[in-house]
Design a protein. Structure first.
Length: 550
């Protein structure tokens, strides 16, 4: 895999490298002073072999230790290159409308002598009412890209904006479809769990030739982009934005198709999710063009069980390479420090380095499943839920169903969904855990049923949540969180019962008020008799208590 694109996740750690160089120079200067003072001694001066051995051990250890620290810093910088496809959980979708409002869109070469922009307005309005989307957003593209409506579930905002589209809404000159698409990409929230689709309403006539690079960027993010063409491919003369210059413009359908093909050929993103294409061109004048757009958005060749998953292309983090180099330099520094002409010291250094290498080999020979789970756990702690989901899902799908690695991956996957508040997905994954497995650790069983209790607790079903918290305590009596949540659920149930009892008593009171007069008189007599009896008992009790107190 070539270094097609290099990215640095945390470049701030690079500031530590100059500090290491300064410390190394300081240690070298101190060592020079020490050897100078040792050289003044006649005994040491006569032992030149000792000084050579000392210098070799010292310099080699300092240099290798410094390299080990530098490689550690490079690992912390999260340097990535190359790309890989990862599965990502998706729920819902967001469709971004990118409107080309440049002056070329005012050419009146659409059916019924409509301008391209007016035709785009009608087309977008009719398309909006049939799109099965959970949220929408809008971007204006002219000489620049501008997010007019951030992601929202209120489609009425977009409906009200479409009739008011005009080149006068932006002061930038020219036409840049690439900047419009890039603005749409940057407007997507980080760690978004929605399918992203970009619809571009344009004539393809641009002035900065930025469309191809923007399409490549969209492909690298795994985004679907559909360019909808408006106008005639025959040249039409219009007035430019300065109100004086006459220019010719046309629908550049052929150019758009060529740019799509080039972007697909040059991008490292290849067909994923079956053979589904992500870049499309649709001519608005074609019969059934709207149906083609809707089918592109709804297309999903995967099975029904996997409809909530799609794939994204992300850079590959190679921090393990730098960690290996850091450990290797550290081992070599110890070996060089122990080096001496003496055979005993050679043997000791060899044994020590062999032991360290064996430890490192046992660490690095961990199964790929464990390594993937560790990477996913680290991503989860950093709130990178998309990466965590990809790592856990890979292990859950590839590891044997009855293996502990698979069970841990399913649990971690459910915990990730729980952090994303995807309660149904989390419950579905927890139901896949094999609790009857005799090799299942009690901590994992307890944590699994505990998370199930949390799901029902968030949904307001405290009775069911209480049962799961009890199971969590039985599986692992040390689960303090389960004990606390069990008590909280019990309090909620007591409060509900108290409210229910109060309502019931009020109903009985109202029922008594509706009885006949005869029954009312009878209840009055009984009430008076009971009152006298109660007062007598109370007085008797007060006398007894007062005597006891006295």
């Amino acid at each position: 895999m070539g270094i097609s694109s290099v990215s640095i996740g945390k470049p701030a750690f690079f500031l530590l490298i100059p500090v290491i160089f300064l410390l190394t120079l300081f240690v070298f200067s101190r060592f020079k002073k020490i050897t100078t003072s040792l050289g003044s001694s006649s005994e040491i001066a006569n032992s030149s072999s000792f000084l050579r051995s000392l210098r070799f051990s010292f310099f080699s250890r300092i240099i290798l230790t410094s390299l080990s620290l530098i490689f550690t810093i490079l690992a912390l910088c999260e340097i990535s290159w190359g790309t890989k496809k990862i599965p990502v959980h998706k729920s819902g979708s967001n469709i971004t409308f990118v409107f080309d409002i440049s002056y070329s869109m005012l050419a009146p070469d659409c059916p019924q002598k409509l301008t391209r922009l007016d035709a785009a307005k009608i087309y977008a309005s009719s398309l909006l009412s049939n799109l099965p989307s959970s949220s929408f957003s809008a971007v204006l593209a002219k000489g620049d890209g501008f997010v007019a409506i951030p992601e929202t579930e209120d489609a009425a905002l977009l409906e009200n904006m479409i009739p008011n589209l005009s080149p006068l809404l932006m002061t930038s000159s020219g036409s840049s479809l690439g900047k419009g698409i890039e603005a749409a990409i940057h407007a997507i929230p980080a760690q978004s769990a929605k399918e992203q689709h970009i619809l571009v309403f344009t004539d393809g006539d641009e002035t900065d030739n930025g469309l191809e690079s923007a399409l490549e960027t969209a492909l690298s993010h795994g985004l679907s982009v559909t360019l909808i063409g408006f106008g005639s491919e025959t040249e039409t003369e219009i007035t430019a934005g300065d109100g004086m210059t006459r220019v010719k413009t046309a629908l550049r359908a052929k150019t758009i198709k060529e740019l799509i093909q080039k972007a697909e050929n040059r991008s490292s993103y290849h067909a994923i999710r079956g053979e589904k294409k992500l870049l499309h061109y649709v001519d608005s004048k074609e019969q059934g063009s709207a149906w083609k757009i809707l089918s592109n958005i709804q297309q999903n060749p995967r099975s029904d069980d996997d409809t909530t998953f799609s794939y994204e292309v992300q850079n590959v983090n190679h921090h393990t390479v730098f960690i290996f180099l850091a450990v290797l330099c550290l081992v070599l520094s110890v070996v060089c420090a122990e080096f001496s002409p003496s055979g005993l010291k050679k043997l000791k250094a060899l044994l020590f380095s062999t032991a360290l290498f064996a430890v490192f080999s046992s660490f690095s020979s961990c199964s790929s499943e464990k390594k993937q789970i560790l990477e996913g756990t680290w991503a989860w702690y950093e709130s990178k839920y998309t990466n965590a989901t990809a790592d856990f899902l890979t292990v859950a799908e590839n590891a044997p169903a009855d293996s502990l690695a698979s069970q841990y991956a399913i649990f971690d996957l459910s915990a990730t969904y729980l952090s994303m508040n995807e309660l149904d997905s989390a419950r579905e994954r927890l139901s896949q855990i094999q609790f009857e497995n005799t090799h299942m650790p009690p901590e994992l069983t307890s944590a699994s049923v505990y998370n199930m209790g949390i799901i029902y607790e968030r949904q307001g079903d405290f009775k069911t949540a209480k049962q799961y918290f009890k199971q969590a305590i039985l599986a692992n009596p040390k689960n303090l969180n389960a004990k606390i949540n069990l008590e909280l659920c019990e309090r909620e149930l007591v409060q509900k019962r108290a409210k229910s009892g109060k309502t019931e008593l009020q109903g009985i009171h109202e029922e008594k008020a509706d009885n006949s007069d005869s029954k009312s008189e009878l209840f009055t007599v009984i009430h008076e008799q009971e009152g006298k009896k109660w007062r007598n008992m109370q007085q008797s009790g007060e006398n007894q208590s007062s005597e006891a107190d006295y």
